[in-house]
Write a protein of this length. Sequence first.
Length: 161
Amino acid sequence: MTGAKTTSDFGSLLDDLFVTREKPEEAPAKPSIPFDYLAVVDELHSGRIRVSGDAAAAGYREVDADAEAAAHEALKEDVLEAVAAIEPEVPLSVDPKVIAAELGLASARLTELGRLRRNFAMKNHPDRVAPHLRSQALARMQVANGLIDEAKRRAERASAR
């Protein structure tokens, strides 16, 4: 290898890796990380510093518990924001006139009633809403199903005439 720079030890190799150079012809600058990793490694291997496995494990558990608690709080806030964005601010009405208007039954044809029922259920079915809104959603679904069934019977009677 001609022209290749050789390093005398691993420490100088690390120094070369952490050096920031603006131009290749300039002399190498000081390492950008002013920490002597080799001194730390030497100290750990010397036996003068002793860390028990229990102490290290306790440190990791403590850090892990703190990180888990922080992640849990962040997730909790995200979920509350998402639920607030989905849930209505005002309770939804169970008044048959309001639900009929919401369904659009006044202008619906017999062939559209099944689609109206499915679309309403996608938004209001008790299994698809927050637990504290389930009783209200159940009442809304019962009213909507009754209105749709009645509209279907009227449309079938009208087409039979």
